[in-house]
Design a protein around this ligand. Structure first.
Ligand code: ADP
Ligand code: ADP
Length: 225
């Protein structure tokens, strides 16, 4: 699903955020991405969603080298990726239905199909009864679930989450992680960036660890590429 081959990222101004990072995430795999604040987690996710470009090395999604993807083609790459942010980034002027429908509207899907997909996505996160609510009237956990419904509404094979439980208490955090597990059981690959070590310890998944831009101890990559 994802392959990083000796990927480095230096931001303008010379700050080196990633240094020769190599790893693979298989189809249908779930893994955590951990590391201290500033370790490079967000940068790594931005390289996958082509919000940033590598300074050196190659990022592959389903065998496609993203270096060969033009800016015009980026929306097509992103269709395969559901992205979940810490602060969910919902549009306050729109209700829950319209927020979740947004990726499908952008794709140009017919409105009849959109309604069906949106209801299915809200059903999966347990929010069907909130479909006409404004985001501001929902709790933090509910707002995060709306963000997750929006990320999965077009059934992407890959989900990226950047500190998805950052603003939630431990109980709600577990609920959100169980949702990710559920999507993963249905075949979605999931990469979750988090510095919540307590959460990771309670789950049995692989952990990719960044330390000042370097990836250490990826057990599946011993010996390197
Ligand atoms: P994390 O998500 O692990 O906290 P980031 O990927 O956000 O780490 O940041 C890694 C390093 O790169 C940090 O030192 C950060 O300040 C720097 N950085 C991130 N984005 C930019 C940017 N757009 N321009 C310059 N430096 C950046
Ligand atoms: P997030 O939680 O989404 O990573 P941040 O508050 O860390 O948000 O960063 C907001 C934006 O600023 C991001 O696009 C990030 O890449 C950028 N950024 C982070 N650190 C730096 C930095 N040192 N210099 C310039 N831009 C940065």
């Amino acid at each position: 699903m994802i392959k990083f081959d000796q990927v480095s990222k230096t931001y303008p101004g010379g700050h080196r955020a990633l240094e020769k990072v190599s790893f693979e995430l298989g189809n249908g795999e779930l893994a955590f991405l951990t590391g201290h604040s500033g370790a490079g987690k967000s940068t790594l996710l931005k390289l996958i969603s082509v919000m940033e470009r590598p300074s050196a090395g190659h990022v592959f999604i389903n065998g496609v080298d993203l270096n060969g993807v033009s800016n015009r083609q980026i929306p097509f790459v992103r269709r395969d990726i559901g992205i979940i942010f810490q602060n969910h980034r919902l549009l306050e002027r729109y209700n829950v239905f319209d927020n979740v429908a947004l990726p499908l509207v952008i794709e140009g899907m017919h409105h009849k199909h959109i309604a069906k997909r949106v209801h299915a996505a809200l059903d999966k996160v347990g929010l069907l009864d909130k479909v006409r609510c404004q985001p501001s009237t929902l709790s933090g956990g509910e707002q995060q679930r709306v963000g997750i419904a929006r990320a999965i509404v077009n059934s992407p094979p890959l989900l990226l989450a950047d500190e998805p439980t950052g603003n939630l208490d431990p109980e709600l955090s577990m609920e959100i992680l169980k949702l990710f597990e559920d999507f993963n059981r249905h075949g979605t690959a999931v990469l979750i960036a988090t510095h919540d070590l307590g959460l990771i310890a309670r789950m049995k998944y692989r952990s990719l660890t960044l330390n000042h831009g370097r990836m250490s101890q990826d057990p599946l990559m011993e010996g390197g590429l």
